[in-house]
Write a protein that binds this ligand. Structure first.
Ligand SMILES: [Zn+2]
Length: 126
């Protein structure tokens, strides 16, 4: 999907993923989450942009981290999506890309009568 600025999403090339995988293995011989250090099994690995692609992050090894799908990727993705949505919203507003406000079509709800609690005559309760 192209972004608002017309930039295509750039996935990591296989060589970058290999370099990140090698880095995450360290000298232990099997991959670890680069967020929390938890050992990862196959199917639990995701390659994440440190600086999100939608906010100008490049698909290089420096910008690629090996994260666990459950432990670190989900909260990061949620946070990144919120930041990118806000960036798009600010861009749309600043460059006049928001649609013009429309008037409400219906008449709206009827107003309730005013209550006049302070000026209402006192009613005696029996
Ligand atoms: Zn983690």
């Amino acid at each position: 999907m192209t972004s608002l600025r017309g930039k295509e999403r750039q996935e990591f090339p296989a060589a970058v993923k290999r370099a990140a995988f090698r880095r995450s293995c360290g000298n232990k011989g099997f991959p670890h989450c680069e967020g929390c250090g938890k050992p990862l099994r196959s199917g639990e690995i995701i390659y994440e942009h440190v600086q999100p692609d939608g906010l100008g992050g490049t698909p290089t090894a420096d910008n690629c981290k090996v994260f666990g799908l459950k432990c670190c990727a989900a909260p990061k993705t949620k946070d990144d999506n919120a930041r990118m949505t806000k960036a798009d919203r600010v861009l749309r507003k600043n460059y006049g890309l928001v649609p013009a406000k429309r008037k409400i079509q219906s008449r709206g709800f009827p107003r309730s009568p005013k209550q006049h609690m302070a000026t209402r005559p006192i009613e005696k309760r029996s």
